[in-house]
Structure formats: structure tokens, C-alpha cells
Ligand binder design. Structure first.
Ligand code: ZN
Ligand code: ZN
Length: 202
């Protein structure tokens, strides 16, 4: 929660502030995010405007995740910028009638934030900004070659990695399989012929 009381309500007044907060739960996406309790440095510029307080800022935090290709743990730094208007509660009455009336409005309208007792909760704004700033497909390095399909080895550690033996084994297995099928067919066929032959003898 941030306090805007010192700022006052005179439009045009502004104030800068910095604060370090602990990262809340689930600040991120599945593959990468800010660890719970990590330090999030927040720099804010608060500006009083007609409808409320315009908050512009930057959040910086460490990120932990894993490479989507080779699953190697990775650490990055996140820098998320945001800007949001926190409206005065009494601005609600003035702005609502204009917003409603259109059925599609609920889905399209941006979420509105309000000051409560001159305080505002930055968390949802910070969360959206951080999530937007994250790489959807984080990788440990540009062009990470991923994992060996044969044995799961990390190819970045061993670029010359290859499996001549595995290829031979696979061929052998295929040949063996082909042999089995052929043998099986022959057996069945022989059996049928033998049955027919026995019947004819009777
Ligand atoms: Zn990787
Ligand atoms: Zn391998």
C-alpha cells in the first residue's frame, strides 16, 4: 500500500518515491518469475490529476526460471514499467454513467483502480507489468540447442555430442523386428497349409 496523503489533491503536484518490497506469491508465469520474498525495487512518480493520482513507475526484481529448451535453471533481471490512474473514490460517480450502457464494455474496458483512504495498492498493477515484461520462452542463451533426443544430455555443454552406437542399435532392432514379422507370417502360413493338408488326408 502506498500513501498519497502527502501529495495532496492539487492537480499538477507530483512526488517521487522509492521503496523496496518483498515479492508476493506467484509474481510471474510458469517458466519464469520473481521468487517469493525477493526484493522488488520500486521507483514511483505520483502526480495529482483531476480524477485521481497518476502513478508512473518502474519495478526491478530478480527472476528465476528455467530454459524452455534445455531446462537449465536461469537467473535474469526483470525491469517492468507501468502507468496507472488511481481514481478518487468520488470520481467513480462521475465516470460510471459514461462507461455503462454498452454490453461489450465489460470485456473491453480497462480495469479501474481507486484510492481507498488516500492509499493505493500497487500489487495488481505491478503484477501485470512484471508478467508482461517476462520472456514467454526464456532460454539460457541465444539459440540454445536444447537436449539430446536420444539421451537427454544438454547439447550446449557438449556440442559434438552424437550417438553412432544408438543408430546401429536402432537399425538392429528394426531388422530384428522385420525378421520376427516375416517369421511369424511364415509360421501362420505353414500352419494353415499343414491344417489343410491334414484335412485332405482324412
Ligand atoms: Zn538452454
Ligand atoms: Zn545423447
Amino acid at each position: 500500500m502506498f500513501d498519497t496523503r502527502e501529495l495532496g489533491r492539487r492537480p499538477g503536484v507530483h512526488k517521487r518515491l522509492s521503496r523496496t518490497v518483498e515479492a508476493p506469491k506467484n509474481l510471474g508465469i510458469e517458466v519464469i518469475g520473481v521468487p517469493l520474498g525477493a526484493e522488488v525495487e520500486i521507483d514511483l512518480r505520483l502526480e495529482a490529476v483531476m480524477e485521481g493520482v497518476l502513478v508512473t513507475g518502474t519495478g526491478r526484481a530478480p527472476l528465476k526460471g528455467e530454459c524452455v529448451r534445455c531446462l537449465e535453471p536461469l537467473e535474469q533481471q526483470c525491469e517492468a514499467e507501468f502507468q496507472e490512474l488511481f481514481s478518487y473514490p468520488d470520481a467513480d460517480d462521475r465516470s460510471r454513467p459514461a462507461d455503462t450502457g454498452d454490453d461489450a464494455e465489460d470485456e473491453d474496458a480497462e480495469e479501474m483502480f481507486f484510492l481507498e483512504n488516500d492509499l493505493f495498492d500497487l500489487e495488481p498493477v505491478l503484477r501485470d507489468a512484471v508478467v508482461l515484461s517476462l520472456p514467454m520462452q526464456p532460454v539460457c542463451q541465444e539459440g540454445c540447442p536444447g537436449l539430446c533426443a536420444e539421451c537427454g544430455a544438454r547439447l550446449a555443454d557438449d556440442p559434438d555430442h552424437h550417438h553412432e552406437d544408438a543408430v546401429d542399435i536402432r537399425w538392429a532392432a528394426l531388422q530384428g523386428l522385420a525378421g520376427t514379422i516375416r517369421d511369424g507370417e511364415k509360421d501362420d502360413h505353414d500352419g494353415v497349409v499343414r491344417d489343410v493338408g491334414e484335412k485332405q488326408e482324412k
